[in-house]
Design a protein around this ligand. Structure first.
Ligand SMILES: Cc1ncc(C[n+]2csc(CCOP(=O)(O)OP(=O)(O)O)c2C)c(N)n1
Ligand SMILES: [Mg+2]
Length: 224
């Protein structure tokens, strides 16, 4: 159900691209993580996302209409049409996304510190390029040291724009995370449920295949 909702939403964007004036990163092919978030995360948990975020937002219980209006640049949009597709925020469901690669990794760690003694957890979704930011590795150390309730979910689609992962990274992502002492998963639902139960930091790498162009813009329609 949520999978279909996400796919339909993204396809509607593809159809209306000539009327959209912000850069858009579609999540076609990344639905698995969204489905797991939908089934395991509650509204009061925190979800930090990145430039490819529509699937996360809808799975968290976000408003399809407000997201659509935001992407269309309308005043009725989630962030009054100022954020576009990438840097959306919805305080009512503890959801934030950033266009800056790795931009919210440290914020997510800080949030998990702040809510440590609550019932909630933090999920921080990143792409495979997110781990190329130093703050990712600093945050792993921090959340492990303070035993914080956070799940880092890396959606590894093997690409950063057009650069293949094998040309950018010498060693596998999960392999590099393991020495930090975090339990490592390959299924997001299992990772979230483990974190909820044990209130410990965990990492999850999900291998996905992006089924669309990296980016869509009305001035770059040939990429659709
Ligand atoms: C700090 C920073 N550097 C570069 C960019 C340009 N940029 C936008 S998307 C992207 C690729 C990100 O790849 P990944 O995190 O794997 O996510 P994907 O697009 O593959 O889902 C880059 C380099 C950026 N937004 N922020
Ligand atoms: Mg990628």
């Amino acid at each position: 159900m949520i999978r279909k909702k996400i796919i339909n939403f993204e396809k509607k964007i593809q159809k209306n691209l000539k009327d959209i004036f912000c850069p858009v990163h579609l999540s076609l092919g990344h639905e698995e993580v969204a489905e797991d978030i939908y089934h395991s995360l509650s509204k009061s948990d925190w979800l930090y996302s990145y430039h490819r975020n529509h699937h996360h937002y809808l799975a968290k219980g976000g408003s399809e209409k407000k997201l659509w209006d935001e992407i269309m640049g309308k005043k009725t949009g989630l962030n009054k049409g100022f954020a576009g597709s990438q840097s959306i925020t919805d305080k009512s469901i503890n959801f934030h996304a950033s266009a800056i690669v790795g931009g919210l990794i440290g914020v997510a760690a800080g949030t998990s510190y702040a809510i440590k003694n609550s019932k909630n957890i933090v999920v921080c979704c990143i792409g495979d390029a997110g781990v190329e930011q130093g703050v990712f590795w600093e945050s792993l150390n921090f959340v492990k040291l303070y035993k914080l309730p956070i799940v880092y979910i890396c959606e590894n689609n093997g690409k950063s724009v057009d650069a293949k992962i094998k040309e950018r990274q010498a060693v596998g992502i999960s392999q590099r995370v393991k020495p930090f002492g975090l339990k490592v998963f390959s299924n997001a639902k299992k990772a979230i449920l483990y974190c909820k139960k044990n209130r410990k930091p965990v990492f999850c790498e999900v291998k996905v295949k992006l089924k669309c162009a990296h980016i869509n813009m009305s001035t770059m329609t040939e990429l659709v």
